[in-house]
Design a protein around this ligand. Structure first.
Ligand SMILES: [Zn+2]
Length: 144
């Protein structure tokens, strides 16, 4: 959503991290993915799983919005409007920043299998030769 006449704000910091895992009751776990996007001094946490919410932290306060039955997609829409980032951009951004390869460096196989590593961490293993292709970094990284 662009508004005419609005000055484009300068971006001096953009970072992204991603976390995945499961939540909910142990007998009925639900997988989730959570992106944390930092734009300047605002931190956007987009959590999609059993709970779907957006939390925005800025020096002036924190707001949290949850998806509800009445507004099932407001989290996604608000995230895009407030951050100026398309949801579709998140995965490619993340992959680029964290150097997730799209093929196995040993055998060139393009098929990888995801495994959960340590808490909130994901590893990808080559489907053919089982080499660990990529390991999810826990720390935030700058987006250039
Ligand atoms: Zn391989």
């Amino acid at each position: 959503m662009k508004e005419d006449g609005e000055m484009r704000k300068q971006i001096w910091r953009r970072m992204i991290s991603r976390r995945s895992g499961s939540e909910g009751p142990r007998h009925d776990p639900y997988s989730y993915v959570e992106f944390k996007v930092t734009i300047n001094d605002a931190i956007f946490t987009l959590h999609m799983g059993l709970a779907e919410f957006l939390e925005v932290e800025s020096p002036r306060g924190t707001i949290r919005v949850d998806n509800t039955n009445e507004h099932p997609n407001q989290v996604e829409t608000l995230f895009e409007d407030l951050s100026g980032v398309d949801l579709d951009q998140l995965e490619p951004w993340y992959d680029r920043v964290h150097g997730r390869p799209n093929r196995c460096p040993r055998c060139g196989c393009r098929e990888t299998v995801c495994h959960d590593g340590y808490v909130g961490e994901q590893i990808e293993v080559c489907a053919k030769c089982k080499k660990i292709v990529w390991c999810e970094p826990v720390s935030l990284a700058m987006i250039e």
